[in-house]
Design a protein around this ligand. Structure first.
Ligand code: COA
Length: 224
């Protein structure tokens, strides 16, 4: 078993702890030490039966444990990249946490620091990059390319050959047509149907999805 520290203590972090526990029930894999979070009010408290161990930089540097960064929400989906860049850990320190009910088909790859929650299906011949968050019951299909730091919320389905560029956020239940690209750091609203390429740094919503507004701070993000 490998020691594991989960960065963050919010919903996604606790869901990842549950996925690790589920994996252990099939095959002992992770010794989850607890969460690391920079909010001092949380230190010494317990979430989902696990301790909040301390500040992110302190916890990750003093233990040799594997790390998975589980922060980010629809209003702050850039936080994962910022923390990973700040930590500067080598790729081999990052854990890939996969719920045992996820189906990973032939020719699929999943990068370090990525999480696949329950019921996710990766059909065949597709790639999921590093530090990607895939929520429950997402379906990714042949030749999809999911780049680093992408967030795919629950129930999203992608047609074949779709591309989610770096840091894109696809909201719950959205559908993306085959061959369509969602640009870097763009955000797709929940329930949207994406039929055309979405440029980088834009928020699109609806069915068919249309431009709503620019995503905040794109320049800052793409420069980092
Ligand atoms: C797309 C999103 C980021 C927009 O948030 P926002 O900028 O705060 O937008 P607002 O709520 O102010 O809405 C602005 C307009 O867009 C519309 N809109 C917002 N989200 C929409 C969606 N998902 N589908 C269709 N229209 C949407 C609103 O109705 C509103 O229209 P109006 O101006 O005609 O009244 C947000 O609505 C969203 O869908 N986030 C993803 C949520 C999610 O997937 N959560 C899962 C968590 S794991």
């Amino acid at each position: 078993m490998r020691d594991l520290v989960i960065v963050g203590a919010g919903g996604f972090a606790r869901e990842t702890a549950s996925a690790a526990a589920a994996a252990n029930r099939v095959r002992p894999t992770w010794r989850v030490l607890g969460f690391a979070d920079d909010n001092p009010e949380l230190h010494g408290t317990v979430r989902s039966g696990l301790p909040i161990l301390g500040r992110i930089a302190d916890v990750t540097s003093r233990s040799g444990a594997a790390v998975v960064v589980c922060v980010g929400n629809p209003g702050n989906y850039t936080a994962r990249q910022r923390i990973v860049e700040r930590l500067g850990l080598p790729a081999e320190r990052y854990a890939t946490v996969v719920h045992p009910s996820a189906e990973i088909g032939a020719g699929c790859t999943v990068g370090p620091g990525s999480v696949l929650l329950a019921g996710t299906v990766l059909t065949a011949d597709l790639s999921v990059g590093a530090h990607v968050a895939v929520m429950p019951h997402v379906v990714l299909t042949h030749e999809d390319r999911i780049e680093d730091y992408v967030t795919v919320a629950s129930g999203v389905r992608l047609g074949g050959g779709a591309v989610l560029e770096r840091g894109a956020y696809v909201g719950a239940g959205a559908l993306v047509r085959e061959g369509v690209t969602v640009g870097a750091w763009s955000q797709i609203g929940m329930g949207s149907v994406v039929l055309r390429d979405v440029p980088p740094g834009e928020v699109w919503v609806g069915s068919p999805a249309r431009f709503l507004r620019s995503a905040a701070k794109l320049e800052e993000l793409t420069q980092s």
